[in-house]
Structure formats: structure tokens, C-alpha cells
Design a protein around this ligand. Structure first.
Ligand SMILES: [Zn+2]
Length: 283
């Protein structure tokens, strides 16, 4: 059975679409890279799922990035996904920070959302304030602003799974605005009865029946998601350039080689002294 995917559905004859996103294997590959405290793991999982939701709205080939920006012990949190649903992400934090301190750093944080179409220099960037809001609410706000469509999101993360459910009102072609809005309110009310535990543990069909058994739904084929890193030798050469000659040669003096680790997948790239010299000579 497919474990990492997006399951789309619609309400027959009604202007609402939905998506269930489940990340299991990809989420475990990401979370195994570091010993994440539960709060950071939850936040990372929620951001990864939200970013997949964002990528499914792309109408062209490209990549979406969600990155935290704030000052505090949560030093970095980034999630990336492209329209083929290749995902990766990581977080870094100050080990000495308490749970409360980590959590409080989000109070004044910002979420920077970048959409980068392939083969294009231009990027589209939005900055959303986090201030005390859960990630789901931050994303609802983003979607309603950027797409001008009513959107609600439910997220659930534990050590094994990161799951999300999205419903969105689609552009209405009929003249039944009042009726459509009443239906939207009804669906939101029904979906609000879901618990995080149910979102994680119920299979899609059971979940959708449990929420919307009175209505006709059409489910589409699932689209698989997977962890995939885009690191390569050239990108690691870039990291050596950022490190600078002094530090690079210092490490070579001690270790006779220079190893650079990709932070997303922990793959290690090793350069000989001659290779490092060539990197600096070529730039
Ligand atoms: Zn990598």
C-alpha cells in the first residue's frame, strides 16, 4: 500500500475540493537525520505537509519552499517540495533551549513562502506572520489571501506520521452563492469533528465516510510523494566556497581530506586536497 501520497477528492456537484496528505516513509527519513525534540518534530511535520499542499496547487513545474524566520532557539526550519512531490526538510535548534523557549520563539516568527518555477530566475515570495497561531491557521490565511478561496486545514503529526486534510471552496460557476456558502459551513462543521488521532489512524475511505457519509464524494487516483534530495558534488563545491580557503585548508592540514555533509540527507561528500584546490582555482 502506498504510504506517502496525496489523495484528492471532490463533493459531487458541489464547489468544494479536498485533499488528504499522508507522509510516512518520507517523514521518517527526514526525522531520522537528527534527534528531534517532539515539539520541533511536530512543527517540522506540519510544515512539510503544508508545503505539499502548496505544491499541489502549482500549475507549472517548480519548487515551493517554506522557511521559518525568527530570532530564538529554533535556529532553522525549512521544508521543500516540488510539483512531482519530492520532499525534503530539516530543522536546527539550540540544544540548551527548553520546550517553552522553543515554543515561544514562534510567537513572533514569520513563515517565508517561496515559489520557484523551474528554468526561471524569478521567484515569488510571501511572508506570513506566525504570532501564536498553529501552522494550519497560518496556511489557511495564506491560501485565502493568495488564491482568494476559502480554505480550511487540519494537521496531525506523531513520531511516525505527518498527515493533513485540506478542504477548499473552488471557483463557483453557478449563481447559488448562499446555498454554496451554507454547504461550505456544513462541511467545515463536519470536518471539525475530526480528532488528530483519527486523522492519523483511519484509512482514507473510513475517514471520509466518518466525516461526510451523507454526501457523494469522488476520489481521484493518489499521487505518490517521496523523499528525494537534490544534493550533488557541484552543490557541495559551493559549500566549500562558502567555507572559504582558510578554513578548508586548515581542515585539509589536519585530516588530509575535506568532507562535507548534506544537511538534508546526511550524505557525505569527500574531497581530496587536489580537488579542493581545483574548486578554489575555478572560482
Ligand atoms: Zn542531500
Amino acid at each position: 500500500m502506498q504510504k506517502d501520497y496525496v489523495q484528492r477528492f471532490i463533493f459531487e456537484g458541489k464547489p468544494i475540493r479536498g485533499e488528504i496528505i499522508r507522509l510516512e516513509k518520507s517523514f521518517s527519513i527526514i526525522t531520522q537525520q537528527r534527534d528531534y525534540p517532539s515539539f520541533v518534530l511536530k512543527f517540522l511535520g506540519e510544515t512539510l505537509v503544508s508545503n505539499v499542499m502548496l505544491s499541489t496547487t502549482l500549475k507549472y513545474e517548480g519548487q515551493t519552499t517554506m522557511q521559518m524566520r525568527q530570532e530564538g532557539p529554533l535556529e532553522m526550519l525549512v521544508a521543500k517540495c516540488n510539483n512531482q512531490l519530492h520532499i525534503r526538510g530539516l530543522a536546527k535548534w539550540n540544544d540548551n533551549a527548553s520546550f517553552e523557549e522553543l515554543k515561544n520563539t514562534l510567537n513572533n516568527g514569520q513563515l517565508v513562502i517561496t515559489v520557484q518555477p523551474d528554468n526561471q530566475v524569478d521567484v515569488y515570495q510571501s511572508i506570513v506572520k506566525i504570532s501564536h497561531q498553529p501552522v494550519a491557521q497560518v496556511m489557511e490565511h495564506y491560501f485565502s489571501q493568495s488564491e482568494q478561496l476559502k480554505t480550511r486545514i487540519w494537521l496531525a503529526v506523531n513520531h511516525q506520521y505527518a498527515v493533513g486534510l485540506l478542504i477548499q471552496q473552488v471557483a463557483q460557476t453557478d449563481n447559488k452563492e448562499d446555498e454554496n456558502n451554507a454547504f461550505w459551513d456544513e462541511i467545515v462543521m463536519l470536518t471539525n469533528t475530526i480528532t488528530e488521532n483519527e486523522l492519523i489512524s483511519l484509512d482514507d475511505l473510513t475517514l471520509l465516510r466518518r466525516l461526510y457519509h451523507e454526501y457523494d464524494l469522488r476520489m481521484f487516483e493518489t499521487k505518490p510523494a517521496e523523499f528525494r534530495c537534490t544534493c550533488n558534488m557541484t552543490k557541495m563545491e559551493g559549500a566549500i566556497l562558502v567555507m572559504g580557503q582558510d578554513e578548508a585548508y586548515n581542515i585539509l592540514k589536519q585530516h588530509k581530506k575535506l568532507s562535507v555533509k548534506c544537511e538534508y540527507c546526511n550524505n557525505e561528500y569527500t574531497f581530496s586536497e587536489a580537488e579542493v584546490r581545483a574548486v578554489f582555482a575555478n572560482h
